[in-house]
Design a protein around this ligand. Structure first.
Ligand SMILES: Cc1cc2nc3c(=O)[nH]c(=O)nc-3n(C[C@H](O)[C@H](O)[C@H](O)COP(=O)(O)OP(=O)(O)OC[C@H]3O[C@@H](n4cnc5c(N)ncnc54)[C@H](O)[C@@H]3O)c2cc1C
Length: 380
């Protein structure tokens, strides 16, 4: 797709920022030690990246979905982890608030997210409810002016560094399956909330993940977000936007793997010539580039269609995530193969990219869940 000069300039700016600021030292430290880099978070906030897609009236930059996917792609091309810093507030953090918040809730919370003053996480998954999120057990029981929350959420990205969580809880157990679930804006400092230990992950180290446990947590009823008992549809709508973000992360990872592989294959010599002179290697590079080009077209066109309100945009967001996350894993595996034994060593970027790519087919709905969404749309 030929982008207008305005979008090309945006891409250039996103790339410049990432290449200048996401230093190899910072990336190595985050991979080694985990944790979270508050300086980088604050810097991204200062440049407006945390509110890239958030409307200006709520303190954001008012960018469209194409600008957002360009940002996430360019950031992930340099560091998939640091891309998540900018991705989260624009997608899972503010998605439900923007779509379902009252004007008062939007005015209270979204500017805090856009400015980076407060972090939000998205708490849907539970130990017994992953792909089948509609079977969640966390309960919210009305008690006077409050709801009392009890339950456990797991694998929550950003929980250890968040001030608030959008929590999904069952408000009406008499309703079956996906029905009877509501959303709450929960202050994570309320009594009865504990945040679990940081999970020890294969990749995306530097953006912490943990459990959140709720024990008789008293949440004021004003914190109910959206209509009572209809929170599950809201979760799915939020995830549509999020899935496009994961697709853009995957695209950036794949692009980085391709660039590393081209450069390595040109300089590494075996049998007296660069390895790229072997068709086995050059054809791998051709396959990688072709799949990346196809994913990019799908993502950009879906971003435009989503903003235009196209009816099948939610399904296409699933297609983007399904195709690009699987593609990034294929491409990362080829990048390791092209690097030979060196690709297995931590000094080479492709080693980390391979590990970081692995989460892409899992979170925000596994590939199998995307297949269910896509086929469900086509066969209804
Ligand atoms: C690093 C990380 C960060 C995360 N961040 C968040 C977050 O911020 N917020 C949040 O709420 N959740 C988060 N998650 C949770 C994530 O969304 C879930 O892990 C994911 O949805 C899968 O659920 P599960 O792990 O329970 O796997 P399961 O649902 O148990 O699935 C196991 C396997 O079975 C397959 N499967 C399940 N059902 C079917 C079916 N009907 N047909 C075919 N195959 C099926 C799955 O595709 C998968 O391959 C995160 C997870 C990780 C690892």
């Amino acid at each position: 797709m030929i982008l207008s000069p305005e979008y090309e300039l945006m891409r250039k700016n996103f790339r410049n920022f990432a290449e200048t600021e996401f230093t190899a030292e910072l990336q190595d430290r985050l991979d080694r030690e985990g944790g979270f880099d508050w300086d980088m978070h604050d810097k991204m906030a200062k440049y407006g990246f945390l509110g890239c897609k958030i409307p200006e009236e709520y303190g954001g930059q008012g960018g469209d979905t194409l600008a957002y996917v360009l940002m996430v792609e360019e950031f992930a091309r340099v560091s998939p982890v640091l891309a998540i810093y900018a991705n989260t507030p624009n997608s899972l953090g503010c998605g439900a608030l923007l779509s379902y918040g009252s004007e008062e809730q939007k005015k209270t919370y979204i500017p805090l997210l856009a400015s980076g003053e407060k972090n939000f996480c998205f708490a849907l998954t539970e130990p017994g409810a992953g792909s089948d999120a509609g079977s969640l057990m966390t309960r919210a029981v009305k008690d006077g002016e409050d709801y009392i929350l009890n339950g456990r959420k797991c694998f929550i990205s950003g929980a250890p560094i968040s001030d608030y969580a959008i929590v999904y809880a069952r408000t009406n157990p008499a309703l079956k399956g996906n029905k009877g679930i509501s959303m709450f804006i929960v202050d994570l400092k309320l009594p009865g909330i504990s945040i679990g230990k940081h999970e020890n992950k294969m990749g995306i180290n530097g953006y912490p993940t943990s459990d959140i446990v709720f024990e008789n947590v008293r949440v004021p009823k004003t914190q109910l977000l959206g209509p009572l008992d209809k929170g599950f549809a809201a979760a799915m709508k939020t995830l549509n936007g999020g899935r496009l973000g994961v697709a853009a992360q995957s695209l950036g990872i794949a692009q980085a793997c391709l660039e590393e592989s081209i450069s390595y294959a040109k300089q590494r010599k075996q049998f007296g010539k660069p390895i790229c002179k072997n068709q086995a290697i050059s054809f791998m590079i051709a396959d990688m580039a072709t799949e990346i080009a196809a994913a990019r077209e799908l993502i950009y066109s879906t971003a435009i269609e989503k903003d235009a309100g196209a009816k099948d945009a939610p399904m296409k967001c699933s297609m983007c995530k399904y195709f690009t996350s699987e593609m990034a894993n294929r491409v990362a595996a080829k990048a390791i193969q092209i690097h030979g034994g060196y690709g297995y060593m931590k000094e080479y970027r492709v080693e980390r990219l391979y590990r970081d790519a692995r989460i892409m087919t899992l979170y925000e709905g596994t590939s199998q869940v995307q297949q269910m969404v896509i086929s469900g749309n086509l066969l209804k």
